[in-house]
Design a protein around this ligand. Structure first.
Ligand code: ADP
Ligand code: ZN
Ligand code: ZN
Length: 746
């Protein structure tokens, strides 16, 4: 009798032993097997042969071996093992990443892996015409979610799986059912939703480009030499200002790989926002490209995966999980906009694709290119230390100037003339519209956190220990630090200027849109944010409408900063440039700088020079000055010192330990116990415990603890110990989550 150890796709950090059918050979490491577990049937992963059966257990039999051939290469296997160790995650949850979504986990309808079950899809609704539209909106006036879903269905380009539709809108499936029952929405069982990128139909046009610029040429040469060489090469950090033509460098590097018959993986932060990049690769490489995205049906996902595995396709483009596309060995991995937080997975395994890409390349002797106009401090610091090799594109293509950025001081007497609108912005908008140019108005999403700000001098309270902004709590009014738990009462007058105008409100895109419409009634204004038109697929639609000059002013959140390369945009206004600075996170300066540079980079991509306005209460702030000057290096030099002084990355390594549960007292007690256990370890600093910034999430209370160390090793040890002792430490219905190298501490 052959015994086999199996990793289950469940948050259980141990292996389970099963019997193999009598004549079955031992499956390859990582191969999928179907096993019973309790009452469930699961697609799990073969690990190795077991010597003996655990005592007193009646062993169950493996029901089926799904993969007769090995799927993971040696290096892919090594990568999975490393991820499980480093991120303290069960191996079974890591291995899932290497298979098409939906082909592992619980077995549905008796099908495994390659089945493409039929799913309900929401069909695009026909435009009912203006009068009927008013009617429907009236009917749905008391059902805001149905109203939103109905409006979203009007904007669909193609059928979409009902679950994806609901996810994108943040609504329950019941809302869709109710709409269908009213006859306002059509649902249909379909095997596959249309791939929005298939055939390039929905993709923006690709402009012809000339020969690479000299700077592009240098970068391309360096990458080419690395691809040619056989020894290990340091990862490249491609630091190029917005509009410097980084994509062209990626394309040429991939072309080199294709020429040699190799494989490449191109990661983008969010595939739904990457239409121009996808179009670029599609136009160059056609069917060799497999685009992986969440809009694919299960069948399409499996087929893209199979095309990559067989070599029919040799270039995988997708969001972070495309890093695990079945290419065997990746000759090249490109990580575009490497600073983006979307590269971090926010559930177990909480991996950071940027770092895993570097590890993968090291294992396989491949080349990795991390590209950004505003690199993460971590990557820039590694380049400074000689671990990464920096390639720079300091200028825009065709000697286009960087747009001129003006800082508009909102604290100035008479500056504000309407909600979010300064006198300067109104005048600039008027000029742009008169000249037939387009404008983007940008608001930072304030998110959950509110803070107290003096509207006379811009003062915002911050923690004396951690130097992050204090969060304002409305219910029992106080200001509180969500790292170390420092608390203060809410002042009546501004501690800085003794003014009495302290404000806790923020502005929404809707108010700004209305204010612009009131001033410029003839302008064609559109709004784009997740709360309203919301669905991601409308990004491509609005992009095309902007390209076709059907919109004069687009008001939106940071979404409109991404991937927009529009020659018609002459004016970019940032409505409140400092809001994001007050986010309770030690990276708030970095995030704000990235956003501002990103947004400013949307202007002046055509022949006319662009104009950018940063409206702010803090005109002297170094982040604003550096962003206005397009000076990443100035920002970096100052910020990296601040981080070092405060013991934050890149000077240190972090882990966030969160305990959550239904009972607040029990959660506090448990996090206290965890803190006691880890306090005083060599090389480790413990900050907190404190309530997490999102103190309550989906009915669970959350407290957290921040662990800092100068190097990874002390964290390796202590995190593994916590995971091992989870049951004893946590207990009951509480949960322990470990986030290594966290990008957000919510
Ligand atoms: P980035 O990603 O660095 O912001 P892009 O890759 O979007 O920059 O390039 C900016 C613009 O310059 C795009 O419209 C692109 O088509 C164009 N471009 C890039 N390289 C060249 C080139 N060598 N010659 C002409 N145009 C180019
Ligand atoms: Zn003040
Ligand atoms: Zn603090």
């Amino acid at each position: 009798m052959t015994l086999i150890r199996v990793a289950l796709p469940l948050p259980l950090d141990r292996l389970f032993t099963y019997r193999l059918p009598d004549d079955a050979p031992l499956p390859a490491r990582g191969a999928r097997v179907v096993v019973g577990f309790g009452r469930r049937r699961l697609v799990a992963f073969a690990i190795d042969a077991a010597e003996e059966a655990p005592e007193g257990v009646r062993l169950r039999r493996v029901e089926r071996v799904v993969d007769a051939e090995p799927v993971l290469s040696e290096t892919e296997w090594a990568l999975a093992e490393w991820m499980a160790r480093y991120y303290v995650a069960p191996l079974g949850l890591v291995l899932r990443l290497f298979y098409p979504a939906g082909s592992t986990g619980e077995v549905e309808d008796g099908r495994v892996g390659d089945g493409a079950p039929r799913r309900l899809h929401v069909l695009p609704a026909a435009d009912p015409g203006e009068a009927e539209r008013e009617n429907v909106l009236e009917t749905l006036s008391r059902a805001p979610q149905q109203r939103r879903a109905w409006m979203a269905a009007l904007e669909l380009d193609a059928p979409i799986e009902r679950s994806a539709f609901c996810d994108a809108l943040g609504i329950s499936e019941g809302v869709v059912v109710a709409l269908a029952a009213r006859g306002l929405l059509a649902l249909e069982e379909r095997e596959a939703s249309l791939d929005p990128y298939a055939g390039g139909g929905a993709l923006p046009e690709v402009a012809a480009e000339g020969a690479p610029s000299p700077e592009q040429g240098t970068a391309i040469e360096a990458i080419r030499a690395a691809l040619e060489g056989s020894g290990p090469v340091a990862p490249f950090l491609l630091q190029g200002v917005t509009g410097s033509g980084k994509t062209r460098v990626y394309v040429e590097a991939v072309a080199e790989v294709v020429k040699r018959g190799g494989r490449a993986i191109v990661l983008v932060p969010e595939i739904g926002l990457a239409a121009p990049t996808v179009a670029r690769f599609r136009s160059q490489f056609g069917d060799r490209v497999a685009v992986l995205h969440s809009g694919l049906s299960r069948g399409e996902r499996v087929s893209a995966w199979n095309r990559l595995r067989s070599g029919d396709a040799s270039i995988a483009i997708g969001a972070r999980s495309a890093l695990f596309a079945p290419v065997g060995r990746a000759d090249l991995v490109v990580v575009d906009e490497e600073h983006e937080t979307a590269y971090k997975q926010d559930e177990t395994p909480r991996y950071l694709a940027r770092d895993v890409a570097v590890y993968r390349a090291a294992l396989e002797g491949g080349v990795v290119v991390l590209g950004s106009a505003t690199p993460s401090l971590e990557s820039r610091a590694r380049a400074g230390a000689g671990k990464y090799r920096r390639l720079t594109l300091p200028d825009r293509i065709a000697a286009r100037p960087m747009p001129a950025v003006e800082i508009v001081d909102l604290a100035r007497e008479g500056a504000l003339v309407g909600p979010g609108l300064s006198d300067v912005l109104v005048e600039a908008l008027g000029k742009a519209l008169a000249a037939g140019d387009q404008a983007l108005l940008f608001l930072n999403r304030r998110g959950f956190a509110s803070f107290v700000q003096c509207t006379d001098c811009g003062w915002v309270g911050s923690c004396p220990n951690c130097r992050i902004s204090l969060t304002y709590h409305r219910r029992s009014p106080r200001l509180q630090c969500h790292y170390c738990d420092h608390r203060e009462s809410v002042p009546d007058t501004c501690p800085a200027c003794a003014g009495r105008r302290l404000d806790t409100r923020g502005l929404g895109t809707q108010q700004v849109e209305a204010a612009v419409a009131a001033r410029f009634p003839a302008a064609r204004i559109e709004r784009m944010d997740l709360d309203t038109t919301g669905p991601k697929w409308s990004h491509a639609r609005l992009y095309r409408a902007m390209q076709a000059r059907e919109i004069d002013v687009l008001v939106g959140t940071q979404m409109i900063a991404k991937g927009f390369d529009l020659p018609g945009v002459a004016l970019v206004g940032v409505v409140s440039a400092d809001t994001a600075l007050h986010f309770p996170d030690f990276r708030s300066s970095e995030r704000t700088f990235q956003l501002l540079v990103q947004v400013a980079g949307r202007a002046g991509r055509g022949d006319a020079p662009g104009r950018v306005l940063f409206q702010t209460w803090l005109p002297e702030h170094f982040v604003l000055a550096a962003a206005a000057a397009h000076d990443y290096e100035a920002f970096y030099a100052r910020e990296v010192k601040d981080r070092e002084a405060l013991g934050y990355p890149p000077a240190t390594r972090l882990a966030n330990v969160v305990v959550s549960g239904p009972d607040p007292e029990s959660v506090e007690e448990v996090i206290g116990r965890v803190a006691e256990r880890v306090r005083g370890r060599e090389g480790l600093t413990v900050v907190g415990p404190a309530p997490a910034p999102l103190e309550r999430l989906r009915g669970r209370w959350r407290h957290h603890l921040l662990l800092k160390a100068a190097s990874p090793q002390p964290l390796d040890r202590v995190l593994r110990e916590l995971a091992r002792r989870e049951e004893e430490l946590v207990g009951g219905s509480n949960r322990l989550e470990i986030d290594r190298d966290p990008l957000s501490l919510l």
